[in-house]
Design a protein around this ligand. Structure first.
Ligand code: ADP
Ligand code: MG
Length: 188
Protein backbone atom coordinates (compact mmCIF):
# COMPACT_ATOMS: atom_id res chain seq x y z
CA UNK A 1 0.00 0.00 0.00
CA UNK A 2 1.46 3.36 -1.00
CA UNK A 3 2.23 5.98 1.61
CA UNK A 4 1.32 8.51 2.79
CA UNK A 5 -1.92 7.36 4.30
CA UNK A 6 -4.03 10.13 5.70
CA UNK A 7 -6.62 10.36 8.40
CA UNK A 8 -8.26 13.19 10.26
CA UNK A 9 -10.78 13.75 13.00
CA UNK A 10 -11.60 15.23 16.34
CA UNK A 11 -9.51 14.08 19.27
CA UNK A 12 -11.88 12.02 21.39
CA UNK A 13 -11.65 10.32 24.75
CA UNK A 14 -10.03 6.92 24.44
CA UNK A 15 -9.88 4.12 26.94
CA UNK A 16 -8.58 6.38 29.67
CA UNK A 17 -5.40 4.51 30.39
CA UNK A 18 -2.75 5.81 27.97
CA UNK A 19 -1.06 8.38 30.15
CA UNK A 20 -2.20 6.98 33.45
CA UNK A 21 -1.04 3.45 32.85
CA UNK A 22 2.00 3.88 30.62
CA UNK A 23 3.23 7.44 30.87
CA UNK A 24 2.64 7.73 27.12
CA UNK A 25 -0.57 9.62 26.30
CA UNK A 26 -2.25 8.71 23.01
CA UNK A 27 -4.67 11.03 21.26
CA UNK A 28 -7.52 8.91 19.95
CA UNK A 29 -9.31 9.48 16.66
CA UNK A 30 -12.71 8.00 15.88
CA UNK A 31 -12.52 4.98 13.57
CA UNK A 32 -15.61 4.46 11.45
CA UNK A 33 -17.09 1.01 11.71
CA UNK A 34 -16.05 -1.46 9.04
CA UNK A 35 -19.50 -1.73 7.53
CA UNK A 36 -19.76 1.99 6.87
CA UNK A 37 -16.77 1.99 4.51
CA UNK A 38 -15.16 -1.36 3.66
CA UNK A 39 -12.73 0.31 1.23
CA UNK A 40 -11.25 2.59 3.88
CA UNK A 41 -7.54 1.78 4.30
CA UNK A 42 -7.97 1.78 8.05
CA UNK A 43 -9.83 -1.51 7.74
CA UNK A 44 -7.59 -3.07 5.11
CA UNK A 45 -4.12 -2.18 6.35
CA UNK A 46 -2.12 -4.20 8.80
CA UNK A 47 -2.56 -3.75 12.52
CA UNK A 48 0.55 -2.39 14.11
CA UNK A 49 2.66 0.65 14.82
CA UNK A 50 3.16 3.33 12.18
CA UNK A 51 5.05 6.62 12.11
CA UNK A 52 4.61 9.96 10.43
CA UNK A 53 3.47 13.49 11.09
CA UNK A 54 0.51 14.79 13.01
CA UNK A 55 -0.90 18.28 12.88
CA UNK A 56 -3.30 19.80 15.32
CA UNK A 57 -5.56 22.77 14.91
CA UNK A 58 -6.01 24.17 18.35
CA UNK A 59 -9.19 25.98 19.29
CA UNK A 60 -8.73 29.65 20.28
CA UNK A 61 -9.06 28.73 23.95
CA UNK A 62 -5.96 26.57 23.64
CA UNK A 63 -3.56 29.11 22.19
CA UNK A 64 -1.30 28.66 25.17
CA UNK A 65 -0.38 25.26 23.73
CA UNK A 66 1.92 26.84 21.15
CA UNK A 67 5.00 25.86 23.06
CA UNK A 68 8.30 25.20 21.37
CA UNK A 69 8.23 21.47 20.62
CA UNK A 70 10.28 19.45 23.05
CA UNK A 71 10.82 15.75 22.99
CA UNK A 72 10.69 13.35 25.91
CA UNK A 73 14.13 12.47 27.18
CA UNK A 74 14.03 8.92 25.86
CA UNK A 75 13.58 10.29 22.34
CA UNK A 76 16.52 12.63 22.34
CA UNK A 77 18.95 10.73 20.20
CA UNK A 78 19.90 11.93 17.66
CA UNK A 79 19.93 15.44 19.09
CA UNK A 80 17.03 17.66 18.10
CA UNK A 81 19.27 20.09 16.26
CA UNK A 82 20.31 17.30 13.88
CA UNK A 83 16.76 16.24 13.10
CA UNK A 84 15.71 19.40 11.25
CA UNK A 85 12.08 18.62 11.87
CA UNK A 86 9.96 21.12 9.92
CA UNK A 87 7.73 21.96 12.86
CA UNK A 88 10.64 23.79 14.40
CA UNK A 89 10.55 26.38 11.63
CA UNK A 90 6.85 27.00 11.86
CA UNK A 91 5.55 30.50 12.22
CA UNK A 92 4.16 31.06 15.67
CA UNK A 93 0.98 32.65 14.31
CA UNK A 94 0.00 29.45 12.50
CA UNK A 95 -3.01 27.74 14.03
CA UNK A 96 -1.88 24.34 12.77
CA UNK A 97 1.16 22.83 14.40
CA UNK A 98 3.02 19.86 12.97
CA UNK A 99 4.69 17.23 15.14
CA UNK A 100 6.36 13.86 14.67
CA UNK A 101 4.19 10.98 15.83
CA UNK A 102 3.90 7.24 16.24
CA UNK A 103 0.51 5.64 15.83
CA UNK A 104 -0.83 2.35 17.01
CA UNK A 105 -3.62 0.93 14.93
CA UNK A 106 -5.51 -2.23 15.65
CA UNK A 107 -7.10 -4.13 18.48
CA UNK A 108 -4.30 -3.72 20.98
CA UNK A 109 -3.82 -7.33 22.15
CA UNK A 110 -2.27 -6.28 25.44
CA UNK A 111 -5.56 -4.68 26.42
CA UNK A 112 -7.75 -7.16 24.55
CA UNK A 113 -9.80 -4.46 22.83
CA UNK A 114 -12.78 -5.51 20.79
CA UNK A 115 -12.88 -2.45 18.55
CA UNK A 116 -10.20 -1.16 16.23
CA UNK A 117 -8.55 1.99 17.46
CA UNK A 118 -6.18 4.65 16.12
CA UNK A 119 -4.02 6.10 18.87
CA UNK A 120 -1.42 8.75 18.24
CA UNK A 121 1.49 9.53 20.52
CA UNK A 122 2.72 12.99 19.64
CA UNK A 123 6.36 13.71 20.28
CA UNK A 124 5.86 16.94 22.07
CA UNK A 125 5.25 18.07 25.60
CA UNK A 126 1.90 19.81 25.99
CA UNK A 127 0.76 22.02 28.80
CA UNK A 128 -2.69 20.54 28.87
CA UNK A 129 -4.98 18.07 27.14
CA UNK A 130 -6.49 18.92 23.77
CA UNK A 131 -9.65 16.85 23.58
CA UNK A 132 -11.93 18.37 20.93
CA UNK A 133 -9.07 19.68 18.78
CA UNK A 134 -8.98 18.68 15.11
CA UNK A 135 -6.06 16.39 14.25
CA UNK A 136 -4.70 15.32 10.89
CA UNK A 137 -2.16 12.59 10.42
CA UNK A 138 0.02 11.62 7.55
CA UNK A 139 1.42 8.11 7.89
CA UNK A 140 4.74 7.55 6.16
CA UNK A 141 5.71 4.06 7.19
CA UNK A 142 5.14 0.87 9.12
CA UNK A 143 7.35 0.07 12.11
CA UNK A 144 6.16 -3.29 13.42
CA UNK A 145 3.17 -5.57 13.80
CA UNK A 146 0.99 -5.45 16.87
CA UNK A 147 2.35 -7.60 19.66
CA UNK A 148 1.09 -8.91 22.93
CA UNK A 149 3.29 -8.35 25.96
CA UNK A 150 4.07 -10.26 29.10
CA UNK A 151 4.09 -7.05 31.12
CA UNK A 152 3.75 -3.29 30.97
CA UNK A 153 7.49 -2.72 31.13
CA UNK A 154 8.11 -4.61 27.87
CA UNK A 155 5.30 -2.69 26.20
CA UNK A 156 6.72 0.65 27.32
CA UNK A 157 10.22 -0.37 26.23
CA UNK A 158 8.96 -1.23 22.76
CA UNK A 159 7.11 2.08 22.42
CA UNK A 160 10.30 3.90 23.30
CA UNK A 161 12.05 1.96 20.55
CA UNK A 162 9.23 2.87 18.14
CA UNK A 163 9.75 6.54 18.96
CA UNK A 164 13.45 6.17 18.29
CA UNK A 165 12.85 4.45 14.95
CA UNK A 166 10.31 7.11 13.95
CA UNK A 167 12.62 9.99 14.78
CA UNK A 168 15.52 8.45 12.89
CA UNK A 169 13.37 8.05 9.78
CA UNK A 170 11.64 11.40 9.99
CA UNK A 171 14.95 13.15 10.56
CA UNK A 172 16.24 12.16 7.14
CA UNK A 173 15.82 14.63 4.35
CA UNK A 174 13.46 12.61 2.18
CA UNK A 175 10.95 12.35 5.01
CA UNK A 176 10.48 16.00 5.78
CA UNK A 177 7.05 17.44 5.29
CA UNK A 178 6.89 19.03 1.88
CA UNK A 179 4.63 19.58 -1.10
CA UNK A 180 1.19 18.10 -0.86
CA UNK A 181 1.71 16.72 2.65
CA UNK A 182 2.69 20.13 3.87
CA UNK A 183 -0.53 21.54 2.43
CA UNK A 184 -2.60 18.79 3.97
CA UNK A 185 -0.98 19.07 7.38
CA UNK A 186 -1.04 22.84 7.22
CA UNK A 187 -4.79 22.78 7.00
CA UNK A 188 -5.46 23.89 3.44
P1 ADP B 1 -7.52 8.67 26.46
O1 ADP B 1 -7.71 7.27 26.86
O2 ADP B 1 -8.73 9.53 26.71
O3 ADP B 1 -7.01 8.78 25.05
P2 ADP B 1 -4.83 9.16 27.32
O4 ADP B 1 -4.31 8.81 28.66
O5 ADP B 1 -4.40 8.29 26.16
O6 ADP B 1 -6.40 9.24 27.43
O7 ADP B 1 -4.42 10.66 27.04
C1 ADP B 1 -4.68 11.19 25.77
C2 ADP B 1 -4.89 12.68 25.79
O8 ADP B 1 -3.76 13.33 26.36
C3 ADP B 1 -5.02 13.23 24.39
O9 ADP B 1 -6.36 13.20 23.93
C4 ADP B 1 -4.51 14.64 24.55
O10 ADP B 1 -5.58 15.51 24.85
C5 ADP B 1 -3.55 14.57 25.73
N1 ADP B 1 -2.11 14.61 25.39
C6 ADP B 1 -1.19 15.35 26.06
N2 ADP B 1 0.03 15.19 25.56
C7 ADP B 1 -0.07 14.32 24.53
C8 ADP B 1 0.89 13.77 23.60
N3 ADP B 1 2.19 14.09 23.65
N4 ADP B 1 0.44 12.90 22.66
C9 ADP B 1 -0.87 12.58 22.61
N5 ADP B 1 -1.82 13.06 23.46
C10 ADP B 1 -1.43 13.93 24.42
MG1 MG C 1 -5.44 7.43 24.35
Amino acid sequence: KPYPLRMEGEVIAGFGRGSKDLGIPTANLPVASESSDPTNWIHTSRSGVYFGWASIRFPPTHTDLSLPPSLPSFAQSPPLSDLKIPSYDQKSDSTWRIYPMVMSMGFNPFYKNTVRSAEVYIMNQFEKDFYGAWMRISILGFIRPELDYVDRESLIRDIHTDVDVALKSLGREGWWVGGEERTWLGGE
